[in-house]
Design a protein around this ligand. Structure first.
Ligand SMILES: *Cc1c(COP(=O)(O)O)cnc(C)c1O
Length: 362
């Protein structure tokens, strides 16, 4: 069974660490001596309390978050946050800045506009098909927050450094690069991430929000859409997605205890991405689509000389045990998603395949 597993380069839901999957499998029928599956225990039980509390403690420790930050688990994916953020943070007369770096930023902007909020798009990389991260942006010092997408899953770009916002708190969609590198958390008022890229199964979004932003929600927001509801009840105002939270807990434990923390994780991620980019840079056959200084260490997007070759590449890769290499349907081409859980060995296998494919078809 284990031998049948492929090298998984899916963009999301994506690969999870094998030791985590094995631990889930082993404890699935009898979780922590409860005599029940994790999918059967009450979310009001001590068993689940231990899970969610440990997940929060680990997230805070890994990111070095102080007590001003709350770690919440919210349903509705990262997409729900696109509407919850302006709904909770922007009252009458408030304004926020948005940077548009691709598909997900565009959606975040749209959800603020639907609500008639006074937001301003302060920079966009749409002029060059979202192939780069804008620099030298003039943020409004009176904005309540500055929204960015730290890693652009579809376009294959990533903020290498976070922008200077003159003290305006950054709100960042980190769905596809949370926990992939150390952060200067001071700059952030809020970080959110759908779990299914870098830390777990679909069904839960981690929201890290600072006390001062938490207190902004207008009175007329529905209970389930208010951040304070989740903060006051340790994300258990209603039944949380228990299994997803449990898996996130195990992935964070793996990150701390097996990988050894964020510095080690970042070094490994850099090594994996460099293997692919260095090869592409000396090849005339593969062409990276992101500008060099904006390249994502998580989603490596590239083209081959023709769309026919791209189709053959994806199909032959799968025959060779390498899955998920097709680019997003909106952009075409190829994409290797190499999130935290993707082992170095998978990237090495992909590199070997790319070399062989180029020799045969180049
Ligand atoms: C996948 C993704 C989303 C959407 O996540 P859902 O959980 O499906 O809503 C949003 N932002 C980024 C950067 C993503 O990669």
């Amino acid at each position: 069974m284990k031998a049948d597993r492929i090298h998984n380069f899916n963009a999301g839901p994506a690969a999870l660490p094998l030791p985590v999957l094995e631990e889930i499998q082993e404890s699935f029928l009898n979780f922590a001596g409860s005599g029940m599956s994790i999918t059967e225990v009450s979310h009001r039980s001590k068993w689940f309390d231990d899970v969610i509390n440990d997940a929060v403690v680990r997230a805070k420790r890994i990111l070095k978050l102080d007590d001003r930050y709350h770690v919440l688990f919210v349903q509705g994916g990262a997409s729900m946050q696109f509407c919850m953020i302006p709904m909770n943070l922007l009252g009458a007369g408030d304004t926020a800045d948005y940077v548009n770096t691709g598909t997900w930023s565009t959606k975040a902007i749209k959800e603020a506009e639907i609500q008639g909020k006074a937001i301003r798009v302060v920079a966009s990389s749409e002029d060059r098909n979202f192939s780069y991260i804008p620099e030298g942006i003039a943020f409004n010092p009176n904005a309540v927050y500055a929204h960015i997408t730290s890693n652009n899953t579809i376009k294959g770009t990533q903020w290498a450094q976070f922008p200077d916002t003159s003290g305006v708190p950054i709100v960042s969609d980190m769905s596809s690069d949370i926990f992939s590198r150390p952060l200067d958390v001071e700059k952030f008022g809020m970080i959110y991430a759908g779990a299914q890229k870098n830390m777990g199964p679909a069904g839960v979004c981690m929201v890290i929000i600072r006390e001062d932003l938490l207190g902004r929600s207008p009175k007329d927001i529905p209970t389930m859409l208010r951040y304070s509801t989740f903060a006051e009840k340790n994300s258990m105002f209603n039944t949380p997605p228990c299994f997803s939270v449990y898996t996130v807990q195990l992935v964070l434990k793996w990150l701390e205890e097996t990988i050894g923390g964020l510095d080690k994780m970042a070094a490994l991620n850099r090594k994996k991405a460099d293997l692919l980019y260095d090869y592409m840079d000396q090849s005339e056959f593969y062409r990276g689509t992101a500008e060099k200084n904006s390249r994502s260490l998580m989603n490596v997007t590239f083209r081959l000389p023709s769309e026919d070759l791209e189709k053959t590449f994806v199909a032959e890769a799968l025959e060779n045990g390498l899955g998920g290499l097709k680019g997003h349907r909106s952009v075409g081409g190829c994409r290797a998603s190499i999130y935290n859980p993707t082992p170095l060995a998978s990237v090495e296998a992909l590199l070997d395949f790319m070399k062989t494919f180029e020799r045969k078809n180049g």
